[in-house]
Design a binder for this molecule. Structure first.
Ligand code: AMP
Ligand code: TRP
Length: 342
């Protein structure tokens, strides 16, 4: 139980927008699987309603949603233990989002830096959904009374907004109904950088495919991308401190540590002083050993999408069983007339 008496519950969402990569795996999927295996109730959502805040090709959205689900399962998320579903199947997200549209203030929303970045110069032409996006995110989280939300650094402001919305709702109606959610921000240790530029995050939007390892890459492609990864000419230093001004070397060592479940110190004890001509093949072997089974399992799952759809449908039923009573209580608190089952 948290201090306010809420049962610990993890919720996170990922947009189904294609190209799952090593950064998503080490920064999100693998960590989610580790949390699940520690026995914390976990709910993971493919946020298709967030994706359509900018236009999506319907066939691609369908494919990406299933592929993301396959990525979760192949990374060790067990649909029997955790709840895996896509957002649009649980209408309570949209319904609670409307309530939060009425709680959040225009001024709060206008401060969201991600909206400004995504809308760019032509904000007048952005969708209303893109502006309201963080209120839907608050609804995703609070529909489950989630207490812990693992996300990347870029989502911190949206989580602060979620806390503000929960606090304002509680205050406006004199209740202690929505929990004040704890952000669980991914540490810099789990941030995977581009293989072409150690100062940039590995990202699905990087135009160079050589900058990232996709979870759908086969063994040869993974090995080739690591062989060609940018480095400096020096061998690895003998101590962690020697990596400070060497972002590309640091990145490859971090990736090795994360894939091997080792600390950076342990990696340096094993590989310190080695030339990249020796370290890169070690890393390539390790990456292939860890990632090839994931890409293999993803492609196996994608051959039978009816099984994925069944898993998502089942997850949606279990998600709804949690969210529906919370929405009904929210409506009740606000004075909406309706069935009273709670
Ligand atoms: P995105 O694909 O950017 O929507 O991110 C989905 C999830 O993957 C989020 O939890 C991010 O924090 C995580 N993620 C994305 N890129 C990286 C990266 N380069 N390193 C670590 N985690 C990442
Ligand atoms: N906005 C998040 C992102 O782009 C995705 C997201 C939607 C999310 N709803 C969420 C993350 C709820 C955590 C909790 O990464």
């Amino acid at each position: 139980m948290t201090e306010a008496g809420f049962t610990p519950r993890v919720f996170s969402g990922i947009q189904p927008s294609g190209n799952l990569h090593l950064g998503n795996y080490l920064g999100a999927l693998k960590r989610f699987a580790d949390a699940q295996n520690q026995g914390i109730q976990s709910i993971y959502c493919m946020v298709d309603l967030h994706a359509v805040t900018v236009w999506q090709d319907p066939a691609e959205l369908r494919h990406s949603t299933r592929e993301l689900a396959a990525g979760f399962i192949a990374s060790g998320l067990d649909p029997a233990k955790s709840i895996l579903f896509n957002q649009s199947q649980v209408a309570e997200h949209s319904q609670l989002a409307w309530v939060f549209n009425c709680v959040a203030r225009m001024g709060w929303m206008q401060r969201m830096t991600q909206f400004k970045d995504k809308a760019g110069k032509n904000a007048q032409n952005a969708s209303l959904g893109l502006f309201a996006y963080p209120a839907l995110m608050a609804a995703d989280i609070l529909a489950y009374h989630a207490t812990h939300v693992p996300v990347g650094e870029d989502q911190k402001q949206h989580l602060e907004l979620t806390r503000d919305i929960a606090a304002k709702f509680n205050n406006d109606f004199g209740v202690d109904f929505f929990p004040i959610t704890e952000p669980v921000i991914e540490g810099t240790g789990t941030r995977v950088m581009s293989l072409r530029d150690g100062s940039k995050k590995m990202s699905k939007s990087d135009p160079s495919d050589m900058s990232r390892i996709n979870l759908t890459d086969d063994a040869d492609t993974i090995a080739r991308k690591i062989r060609k990864a940018k480095t400096d000419p020096e061998p690895l230093p003998s101590e962690v401190k020697g990596l400070e001004e060497r972002p590309e070397a640091r990145n490859l060592v971090n990736i090795y540590a994360a894939l091997a479940d080792m600390s950076v110190d342990q990696v340096m004890a094993e590989a310190g002083g080695k030339a990249f001509s020796e370290f890169k093949p070690m890393l390539a072997d390790l990456a292939v050993e860890k990632l090839a089974p994931i890409s293999g399992e993803m492609s196996r799952l994608m051959q039978d999408v009816s099984e994925i759809d069944r898993i998502l449908g089942n997850g949606a039923d279990r998600a709804r069983a949690i969210a529906a009573p919370i929405l009904r209580q929210t409506y009740e608190i606000m004075g909406m007339v309706g069935p009273r089952e709670v």
